[in-house]
Design a binder for this molecule. Structure first.
Ligand code: SME
Length: 152
């Protein structure tokens, strides 16, 4: 499925009025993991600013041990601090990386901004090296803008 089709379908999922926000995000994760080539694990982490930790939200893919990640640790924790998209072509070449599975080769993490605050992120893992590029970053940024509307 191409990015435009995926974005259209994702917006339909986000607008399903009979579902809670968590149910919509869960369905979105399952949709992206199934339909987007190389999106092998798709999940959300949300920030607890007081504790300076990220907490796993809805996800699709293998269960992970990393349900709480301190700010600054791993790719996700670095995005919590920087507020910037982090695209990793080869996770094993990163010195600040938290491995969820030996199968993961590349990763992209895109911050989720609501009213100018970095409240969390979408995290995608792939079993394919260099699976992501600027098009994925643009798609996921646009998607997060649509998701932010659920929090306003
Ligand atoms: N690899 C991430 C940890 C989260 S898992 O990919 C689900 C990281 O380094 O932050």
């Amino acid at each position: 499925m191409d990015f435009n089709q995926a974005y259209t379908r994702a917006c339909q999922i986000l607008k399903t009025s009979s579902q809670t926000r968590e149910e919509k995000l869960q369905e979105l994760c399952e949709f992206l993991q199934k339909e987007m080539p190389n999106y092998d694990w798709v999940g959300f982490y949300f920030a607890s600013e007081d504790a300076a930790t990220l907490h796993l939200g809805p996800y699709a893919g293998e269960p992970t041990d990393h349900v709480v990640i301190p700010f600054g640790k791993g790719i996700c924790g670095q995005v919590a601090v920087s507020g910037k998209t982090f695209l990793v072509e080869d996770v094993w070449a990163q010195d600040n990386y938290i491995a969820c599975s030996v199968n993961v080769k590349s990763e992209i993490v895109v911050p989720l901004y609501v009213a100018g605050r970095n409240i969390g992120q979408i995290d995608i893992d792939s079993h394919t090296p260099k699976a992501f590029d600027a098009s994925d970053a643009a798609f996921l940024t646009r998607l997060n803008e649509a998701i932010a509307a659920l929090y306003e």
